[in-house]
Design a protein around this ligand. Structure first.
Ligand code: PGA
Length: 250
């Protein structure tokens, strides 16, 4: 049982259509019923659904986020992209940056750093994803990898207060595998240490992401330094998403 304030972020990735909007009703009702302010739910649907989600969520206590943005926001032409200014304009409060699926698709530490800066300028809160690949884990490069991602991603970033960090080991995303508690605790502690020491962040918020579901969350929540969960696959099912929240507090 945790007494901490927790974040639960639904990352829908490249899924969802007009009908998916119906699945929000259950989650909205559940969120409304929370007595004390114990958690914050954030939905990050694909770009195509942002406006619809905004209208559905605007009178609720659930926040809206996007899954990525282009680093440029000064009026340069980029066919097929969306920038942080446009996301703010549509009503998004958050944006996920540095997700490993986007790192594979071409994001670098430098472009992620530019996206973070542009998002801060446009008053978006950030969910900054970091994590090692299976190869890096096997070579015992986990800490080196995440420390580099943090240092390069945050280079020259002045205000870190609106950044949530999501530790997502790449090998755990969509695979059903999760780190054992001892390893996960060690890595989250390490991330918080880097943020405290090198970035002077007094109370860094670090979430875990990678195959979180209603069963394994009962075990994951025992790591009392985790500040929430970034949920992919399981978040598209409202019952599972609600169950993850419930099991975190029971
Ligand atoms: P998953 O995705 O829960 O489906 O593993 C998590 C994420 O990529 O954010």
């Amino acid at each position: 049982m945790t007494n901490k304030f927790m974040y639960f972020i639904a990352n829908w990735k490249m899924f969802g259509d007009l009908k998916s909007l119906n699945s929000l009703t259950k989650v909205i009702n559940f969120s409304k019923k929370q007595k004390k302010k114990r958690f914050k739910l954030i939905y990050c649907p694909p770009f195509t659904l942002l406006n619809l989600f905004f209208n559905r969520l605007k009178k609720t206590n659930i926040d809206l986020g996007a899954q990525n943005c282009h680093h440029d926001f000064n009026g340069t032409a980029h066919t097929g992209f969306v920038n942080s200014k446009m996301l703010k304009n549509i009503g998004a409060k958050y944006v996920i940056l540095g997700h490993s699926e986007n790192r594979v698709a071409g994001d670098t530490d430098l472009t992620i750093n530019m996206k973070i800066k542009s998002s801060i300028k446009n008053k978006l809160k950030i969910i900054f994803c970091i994590g090692e690949t299976n190869f890096q884990k096997k070579k015992k490069l986990t800490h080196k990898t995440i420390s580099k991602q943090i240092r390069k991603g945050l280079k020259g970033v002045k205000n870190l207060n609106n950044i949530l960090f999501a530790y997502e080991p790449v090998w755990a995303i969509g695979t059903g595998a999760v780190p054992v508690n001892k390893e996960l605790k060690k890595n989250i502690n390490y991330i918080k240490g880097v943020l405290r020491k090198n970035f002077n962040l007094k109370t860094p918020k670090v979430l875990y992401g990678g195959s979180v579901n209603p069963v394994n969350v009962k075990n994951l929540k025992e790591i009392n330094i985790i500040d929430g969960f970034l949920v992919g696959g399981a978040s598209q099912n409202p019952n599972k998403f609600i169950d993850i929240v419930k099991k975190t507090f029971n």
